[in-house]
Design a protein around this ligand. Structure first.
Ligand SMILES: [Zn+2]
Ligand SMILES: [Zn+2]
Length: 305
């Protein structure tokens, strides 16, 4: 699973940081989180590919959604046929439909807009789900947690052979969780040869928000928490007033949640050239905090390697 930071800037883009967007690639599937203006060019620059299946919007401020009409048009020029699903906070469906249809052109592929429920599941797939959680901004907003299912425990091949199970289909049967009967009538149970289920990975993206308990809960043990950090600590009052967080607040939350890594994004344009300050403030409380640049991508390994 790979996360690409397409836009790490705040409400106003700078030459170095575009407005918000994040791509997650998992087993060939592409999920886009937020879509600030110019996101499609960032996707080209950083080679993420365009075959996205789902877009998840955190809220409807321009720096998170204005890239949608252009992206949808380009997908149409690319002769896309598959449906595109757009997930958006409660009460914003018709605004998103209007935004996407603003030019009056109808794309040749279906666009389906779904309102998500905080605390609910926005998308359920075979091996993972994307959950929405409540955030606290100046408008209706949500964050998203991509949570993989537990994986099967490790299969102990040696132990299975010791028990007399012949290599082959019976191995898979046991690994799938079914008991098998051997030729001599002995029954081998899966628990004898399969270890404990292994946890999957968890990535959490907040969008714009003040620090919240719901975020800490969603980010509990997360492999990667991507938290907005609009401001440095000297502007904490302003952060609170405008529905944002400071880098240190994000780091406090990552500590509370016991997240493994913290990526700070949505950096205000006022910190152009001195954004290292934000990372330094965060690292005073949380070691594994970093401030990605546009185009950085990181691989998320399984917790047990
Ligand atoms: Zn924003
Ligand atoms: Zn906002």
């Amino acid at each position: 699973m790979q996360v690409t930071f397409l836009g790490t800037g705040g409400a106003v883009p700078t030459t170095r940081r575009n407005t918000s967007a994040l791509m997650v690639r998992r087993e060939g599937e592409r999920l886009l989180f937020d879509c600030g203006e110019g996101t499609q060019r960032q996707m080209m620059r950083f080679g993420t590919g365009f075959s996205i299946s789902h877009v998840f919007l955190s809220h409807l401020h321009g720096d998170h959604v204005l890239g949608l009409p252009g992206l949808c048009q380009t997908l149409d020029f690319n002769d896309r046929e598959e449906a595109l699903a757009i997930h958006t906070p409660p009460g914003t469906k018709s605004a998103v439909e209007n935004l996407v249809g603003v030019t009056g052109a109808r794309p040749g592929y279906p666009i389906r807009v779904h309102e998500v429920q905080p605390g609910g599941v926005a998308l359920r797939e075979d091996e993972y789900e994307v959950r929405a959680f409540e955030t606290d901004h100046r408008t209706r907003s949500v964050g998203y947690a991509l949570v993989e299912d537990d994986r099967k425990g490790r299969f102990d091949r040696e132990r299975a052979e010791e028990l007399g199970v012949p290599a082959g289909p019976l191995f898979s049967k046991l690994h799938e969780g079914n008991p098998v009967e051997l030729d001599d009538g002995t029954v081998v149970d899966p628990e004898q040869v399969v270890g404990e289920p292994r946890p999957g990975r968890r990535i959490v993206y907040t969008g714009d928000t003040r620090p919240t308990a719901a975020t800490a809960e969603a980010a509990s043990d997360a492999d990667l928490l991507i938290h907005e950090a609009s401001f440095a600590e000297d502007r904490s009052e302003r952060a609170g007033k405008t529905g944002h967080s400071t880098a240190r607040q994000a780091a406090d939350l990552a500590t509370r949640a016991d997240a493994k890594r913290l990526a700070l994004t949505h950096v205000s344009s006022r910190y152009a050239g001195e954004s290292d300050r934000l990372a330094a403030e965060a690292r005073e409380v949380f070691d594994d905090a970093f401030l990605p640049d546009d185009g950085d991508d990181i691989e998320i390994p399984y917790p047990d390697g």
